[in-house]
Design a protein around this ligand. Structure first.
Ligand SMILES: NC(=O)c1ccc[n+]([C@@H]2O[C@H](COP(=O)([O-])OP(=O)(O)OC[C@H]3O[C@@H](n4cnc5c(N)ncnc54)[C@H](OP(=O)(O)O)[C@@H]3O)[C@@H](O)[C@H]2O)c1
Length: 258
């Protein structure tokens, strides 16, 4: 995810010479860096004169406790810390960086890898407007950005957009299985399901109509789509199932948060 962000920034014209990367494994794979960028094996190697406007944490959530304290020396009012780690709360960063640090907690999703992600962000009270704008600009390099004022909502965000790509991939699997059950050869069923989901998503993306209108547009009275939707729209249909699935994910996010 860190590499995807960096690739997006460089693509948007950010001068690589202004970026310092801490990466114990060396140069991140697939990132078009010039030799001007500083790449360091650990935070202790970062030059003392460095006064970053933003420090981005893109390591695994469970690694934060050991990684973050070394960056406490950059915790000036001018510096904003941006974390993309799932489940790590603003309070946990305050503990690791000191209570006065400006921290933004962001939750991107995997389509960020192709710059089609959506990220929800939430900042603590030390984040000023300019820092919020800077984080918006940085996160916008990999897709849309939305801000939530209440950090508790990040659990629901995680359950909808964070985990959501997996639900869509599973929809393709379910449609494939249903196609096979209806008599199609597996290869053809998967090809139809995949192209239908990606095609419908592209149509939705390019349309100004609501999903409900687009659905109605392809539903003739007494037709085949209506017969299928009678099953999906029933009280125990897809909305009920999705509501339960999202609630389970949000509950798990609350349990994992620290
Ligand atoms: N992937 C997603 O869709 C997604 C979505 C939302 C949020 N996130 C968040 O994004 C963060 C990164 O996830 P990811 O999937 O991109 O994980 P990842 O592929 O494992 O990337 C983590 C990177 O950090 C490096 N690293 C490990 N220890 C480090 C240290 N001490 N200092 C600097 N770099 C270090 C790792 O190097 P090594 O490989 O050598 O260990 C690796 O390159 C996580 O906190 C995750 O919750 C990810």
């Amino acid at each position: 995810m860190g590499s995807a962000l960096l690739a997006g920034w460089l693509d948007r014209g950010l001068d690589a010479a202004t970026v310092s990367i801490v990466e114990p494994a060396g140069v991140p794979v697939g990132v078009p860096l010039t030799a001007a960028a500083g790449i360091y094996a650990g935070p202790d190697e970062l030059p003392d004169r460095l006064a970053p406007r933003v420090v981005v944490f893109a390591v695994k959530p469970q690694a934060m406790d050991t990684v973050v304290p070394a960056y406490r020396r950059f915790a000036w009012p001018e510096t904003v810390f941006l974390s993309i780690a799932a489940g790590r709360t603003l309070a946990s960063f305050a503990r690791l960086l000191g209570g006065g640090a400006a921290v933004v907690r962001a939750m991107p999703n995997t389509p960020a890898a192709i710059r089609r992600g959506i990220t929800a962000a939430c900042g603590n009270r030390h984040v000023d407007l300019a820092q919020r704008d800077l984080c918006t600009e940085l996160l916008a390099a990999v897709g849309e950005v939305v801000w939530v004022d209440d950090e508790a909502l990040i659990d629901a965000v995680t359950a909808v957009s964070g985990s959501g790509p997996a639900y869509v991939f599973h929809l393709v699997e379910a449609m494939t299985a249903a196609g096979i059950a209806a008599g199609l050869p597996p290869d053809l069923a998967e090809r139809l399901a995949r192209a239908t989901v990606t095609g419908a998503a592209a149509l939705l993306d390019q349309s100004s109509d609501t999903p409900a209108t687009l659905r109605r547009n392809v539903t003739s009275p007494g037709g085949t789509t209506e017969a299928a939707l009678a099953v999906l729209l029933a009280d125990d249909g897809l909305t009920r199932l999705m509501t339960d699935a999202v609630a389970a994910a949000a509950q798990r996010a609350r349990e994992l948060a620290g």
